[in-house]
Write a new protein. Structure first.
Length: 270
């Protein structure tokens, strides 16, 4: 991983789309710094399409798509995208799994959750579970005392033993039924809403993330960036970003945004 400041100017200047995780990528210790939100707005105003790609729930994503200066949002690790058309005052929603199947899957996941809570002391159902459409989020450090890595891995294994896909974020283990992830829904979102083929345009796209569930995105986008806290997952992540910021969370995200914006305006990296 090279420093974000070392991203070549010719690469940074041609970026037209920026995707970013939310928790511990745009946020610091659970809060969205004003500087990070400002960076999202500055990117958008510069004509760069910005979209959060997150594990957070549908309820949150509806608000983000409506109220943030973004082109849309991919939520629940790829279960759907939401994009709000300001002119028509209409939310466009696209799901990876049909409504009836999602309802059946939620019943199965409820049983998995009962097993996890009985076998992993200290784990909890995420406080935002009520607002989810497709997955089950197990909290291992957001609103509970941090669990050891061995317990986090145990939660992931239980999901997999029950036939579910499981991904570890910086705060939750998310489990779901269905063959999708952040990358598959990002591909659909980009085609439908942005008119972008990410397979042919990947060198013009930056993804910013921080944790193992971002690995599909890190591995796909050649100019992917990590905020500094991604370094804590070295050796436990399937693919690493090409670049890493000097600072953590939202402040690291601002570094990435500034590198792109400075390159487009002809400024040199600091």
């Amino acid at each position: 991983m090279r420093a974000v400041a070392e991203m070549p100017t010719e690469i940074a200047a041609r970026i037209t789309v920026l995707f970013a995780d939310i928790d511990d990528t745009l946020t610091n210790e659970g809060r969205l710094p004003a500087a990070a939100y400002d960076a999202v707005e500055r990117l958008t105003e510069e004509g760069i399409s910005v979209a959060p790609i997150t594990g957070r729930p549908a309820g949150w994503c509806d608000m983000i798509a409506r109220m943030w200066p973004v082109a849309g949002v991919v939520g629940e690790n790829g279960a759907f995208y939401f994009a709000y058309d300001q002119a028509q005052r209409r939310m466009r929603r696209s799901f990876a799994i049909a409504d009836v199947q999602r309802a059946a899957d939620r019943e199965r996941l409820a049983e998995v959750g009962t097993r996890i809570l009985s076998e992993v002391h200290g784990a909890a159902i995420s406080a935002d579970q009520l607002y989810r459409e497709a997955d089950l989020a197990i909290d291992f450090c957001e609103d509970v005392p941090a669990l050891p890595v061995s317990d986090v891995e145990r939660i992931k294994r239980i999901f997999e033993e029950e036939g579910a896909t499981a991904k570890v974020s910086s705060i939750h283990v998310n489990g779901w039924y269905g063959a999708y992830d952040k990358l598959t829904m990002t591909r659909r979102f980009a085609a439908d809403i942005l008119g972008v083929d990410i397979d042919s345009e990947r060198d013009r796209i930056v993804f910013v993330g921080d944790s193992p569930n971002d690995a599909p995105m890190f591995g796909f986008f050649p100019n992917a960036c990590g905020v500094a806290n991604v370094l804590a997952f070295r050796g436990r992540i399937d693919a690493e970003p090409a670049y890493v910021a000097a600072r953590e969370g939202g402040h690291g995200f601002v570094e990435v945004a500034n590198r792109i914006l400075d390159a487009r305006s002809g400024k040199h990296a600091a």
